[in-house]
Each structure stands twice: as structure tokens, then as C-alpha cells.
Design a protein around this ligand. Structure first.
Ligand code: C5P
Length: 423
């Protein structure tokens, strides 16, 4: 979102207070935010709040001569690279659907060529109303992005669909609408995430505490960087990031097969999955009964997906993860070399660290380099890691180009010298 121009339209509804947080989050992500408020919105929140957050005077009227002289409404409509209406009231959705242009915000929506996204927020009966639903369908058919609404308790005390999405959910939904020409445009990134489940019998399995959050955050950040992302994931309770192609698997064998299918044409492979290193030697056909005091499970090694990808003939840029409970750097460096990785992201796990929580810290290692990221949220860490991966990937591409032009130069010189030799 760095430097992107977002016009944030705020319409009349109690969720207008949440739009202040949305403005802040967009600015945190580097966007330039210009707020436009309707008269009804100003009954709920004052323009001063948004002005303080965005550092820009809030626009409220089509007839404000001073503001129009600074940037006329048509210029403002051109300035916007994305228009986000949050909250979008039932009334505003109706006006947008019918192309009305009686106040500044509705006029801007008619005058802009930028994509428009609306985050509806209203009472659940108003949302379910046939007129609202028809208007929303009409907007969708014209390419307007409808973000939400969420389902839950409402300010009016009722329960149902009509809550505005939370600001972080909105930021995540908005980001892909802006990332048309990211640095990884046209590149495929293949990511594994989550735990695997290795079958013991029809109802039991061997697994681990991985939540998949780190892998999903990386997938989202890669998608935002313009990549075509394929996310092969073990069983997790996470929504698929917008624009990401998700492949659900259970066991290591299934994950390996899905990776092999998606690998051709992959530019970057990132193994964030906590793949089981061992699986039961066989999966019992029937549920194992508790007949004895002791039960021995015989385990056998699973294929190392990351190492196999890295060993392949046409290997992509390969990034591994190392989850360690001790001697983090030493173990991570050993893995970097043993698995011939381009980069490894190591994190301490266990004792409530990293697994199944929202915060994390990473130590990044590559041949000749080292960097520490965090501690911060996994979402932010995903973005920071993505930036480093892109830098390293682009460096490798540059090195490869230099090496191949050097080799061509040598071949050329060789040919000339052989011609120069006496016959
Ligand atoms: O050797 P270790 O399991 O600690 O290595 C961790 C890295 O290897 C992670 O990137 C993980 O996704 C990957 N891995 C894998 N297949 C396995 C085991 C680990 O891809 N069977």
C-alpha cells in the first residue's frame, strides 16, 4: 500500500467510529488517506478525528469554495487509486447503485475511474431488505467490491448480518485491490503451511501444535507483492487469504504430492509447514482397542519435502523454516547447509513461544548474511520476511544473469582465440 492514494468515504452509521481505526491502519501500511464524510457521518464522528489521524483536511461538501480551489472534486476523483466506503449505509449503497450525485462522496463515486469497495454496516433487517440486497447485487455486477458485512451482535441489540468488518479484516481485503503491479507479478510462489496429521487408526493421528498462522501470513504478504500464490496447507482453522489458491491436505505424503504437482514453474518455494518427521509405520484399519497397559507405536521417516524441492534439477529459490527449542542459530545454520537452502527463517518454539500464537520473532540466515525480525505480529512478520525474500531472490536472479553473460563472454572469447590459432 506504500504511497497508494486511498479515498476513504465515511457515511452515516454507528460503525463510523471504526472508520477512524481503519484510517490509522491504512496509514500504518504506507497509504495516503483522504477522508470524505457525508453529513450523516458527521453526526457520529467529527472530521477533526480523521484530520488528526490522516494529516489531511477532511472533505465534507461539494460547495466548499476553499477546498474546491485547493483540489476540485474531479481532481480528487482522479487522485484516488481506490475508493473505500466504510461504513457504507443502506442509504449510501442505494444512492451508489442508482448513480445519484447529490453530495461530495456520491459525486466522487460517479466521477472516479478507480475501483470502489464498500463495507456495508447496518441493522440486520435493513441488510436483509430486498431493496438493499438488489442494490448490493447491482453494485457487485458492476465490479464494486462488497466487503462483508460480518455477522454478530449489533449496536441496536439485535443479532445477525450487518456488522462492519473489523479494520484489520478490511485492510487485508483492500490490499489485494491495490497490488496489481507488485514486484512478484507473474511469479508463482508455492508455500506449505500448518501441521500434518499422520494416521494411527481411523480416529487418531500424530500431529503438532502448529496453527498455520505464520504460513498464511507469508502467503498473504506474497499475494500482496503481486505473486500467484499456491498455499498447500495441513488442517488449520484459518480463512484463505484473498486471491490465494489453497490446497488442503492432511498427511506429509499428501503434502509432498500436492507440492510436486504445483512445483513446475514455481519461482519461490517457502516451507513454513511443521511437517511430521515420522509417521506410524502403518495406519490400523480399525480403531485400536485399549487391551494392554502399554502400546508401542512404530514410526518411520516421512519424506523431507523441503530437501527434495531443493535437490531438484530446476530448483526454485528455496526458503526453509527451523523451529528449535535450543541452540537456534547453530541448528538453523546446519539446516541451511544440509538442505542447500537459499534462506532459512528460524524461530524458538515451545514454552508458549511461536506455535499457536499471534506473535513471533525470526532469525534469518543465508550464506553470508544474517538478520533478526520482530518480535511482532505474525502478519507484520510475514510482510517483513516477504521483503527480505524478494531482495534475496532478486539478488540471485541478478547473480545468475551476470554469471550467464560471463559464461557467454568466455565462450565468445574462446571461439575467437581458437579462430586466431594457426591452422
Ligand atoms: O529438519 P526440520 O524438520 O527441522 O526442517 C524444517 C523445515 O523443513 C521446514 O521448512 C519444514 O517445512 C521443512 N520440512 C519438510 N518436510 C519434512 C520435514 C520438514 O518440508 N518432512
Amino acid at each position: 500500500m506504500q504511497g497508494k492514494h486511498i479515498l476513504l468515504g465515511v457515511t452515516g452509521g454507528i460503525a463510523a467510529y471504526k472508520a477512524a481505526d481503519l484510517a490509522r491502519r491504512l496509514i500504518e501500511r504506507g497509504a495516503q488517506v483522504q477522508v470524505v464524510m457525508t453529513a450523516a457521518a458527521r453526526k457520529f464522528v467529527t472530521p477533526t478525528t480523521f484530520q488528526a489521524l490522516t494529516g489531511r483536511a477532511v472533505r465534507t461538501s461539494l460547495w466548499d469554495a476553499a477546498a474546491e480551489a485547493a483540489m476540485g472534486h474531479i481532481e480528487l476523483a482522479r487522485w484516488a487509486e481506490l475508493v473505500v466506503i466504510a461504513p457504507a449505509s443502506a442509504d449510501f449503497i442505494a444512492r451508489l447503485a442508482h448513480g445519484l450525485a447529490e453530495d461530495l462522496l456520491s459525486t466522487l463515486c460517479v466521477a472516479t475511474s478507480a475501483p470502489i469497495a464498500v463495507a456495508p454496516a447496518m441493522n440486520q433487517l435493513m441488510w436483509r431488505n430486498a431493496a438493499t440486497q438488489t442494490n448490493v447485487e447491482l453494485l457487485r455486477s458492476r465490479g464494486v467490491q462488497v466487503l462483508g458485512p460480518g455477522i454478530g451482535g449489533q449496536a441496536c441489540g439485535e443479532y445477525g448480518a450487518g456488522r462492519m468488518l473489523e479494520s484489520l479484516e478490511l485492510v487485508d481485503a483492500i490490499a489485494p485491490l491495490l497490488s496489481v503491479a507488485g514486484p512478484l507479478k507473474g511469479r508463482r510462489v508455492l508455500i506449505t503451511a500448518g501441521p500434518t496429521r499422520e494416521c494411527i487408526d481411523p480416529v487418531r493421528f500424530v500431529s503438532n501444535r502448529s496453527s498455520g498462522k505464520m504460513g498464511f501470513a507469508v502467503a498473504q504478504a506474497m499475494q500482496e507483492a503481486g505473486a500467484d500464490v499456491v498455499l498447500v496447507t495441513g488442517p488449520v482453522c484459518l480463512p484463505t487469504p484473498m486471491g490465494v489458491q489453497r490446497v488442503d491436505v492432511e498427511s506429509c505424503e499428501q503434502m509432498y504430492a500436492a507440492v510436486q504437482r504445483a512445483l513446475p514453474g514455481t519461482a519461490i518455494f517457502i516451507g513454513t509447514a511443521a511437517v511430521a518427521d515420522y509417521r506410524p509405520i502403518s495406519c490400523a484399519e480399525q480403531k485400536i482397542k485399549k487391551r494392554n497397559d502399554k502400546l508401542n507405536l512404530e514410526l518411520t521417516r516421512t519424506p523431507d519435502i523441503l530437501a527434495q524441492v531443493s535437490a531438484g534439477a530446476r530448483r526454485p529459490f528455496v526458503v526453509g523454516f527451523a523451529a528449535e527449542t535450543e541452540a537456534l542459530e547453530q541448528h538453523a545454520r546446519e539446516k541451511l547447509l544440509a538442505k542447500n537452502l537459499d534462506l532459512i527463517a528460524a524461530n524458538e518454539v515451545g514454552h508458549t513461544k511461536a506455535f499457536d500464537c499471534d506473535q513471533n520473532a525470526l532469525l534469518l540466515l543465508w550464506r553470508g548474511g544474517r538478520m533478526e525480525l520482530g518480535p511482532t505480529s505474525k502478519r507484520e512478520l510475514g510482510r517483513q520476511l516477504t521483503r527480505v525474500i524478494i531482495e534475496r531472490y532478486e539478488q540471485r536472479e541478478r547473480d545468475a544473469r551476470v554469471a550467464s553473460s560471463g559464461a557467454q563472454g568466455e565462450a565468445h572469447t574462446g571461439a575467437e582465440s581458437s579462430r586466431a590459432q594457426p591452422r
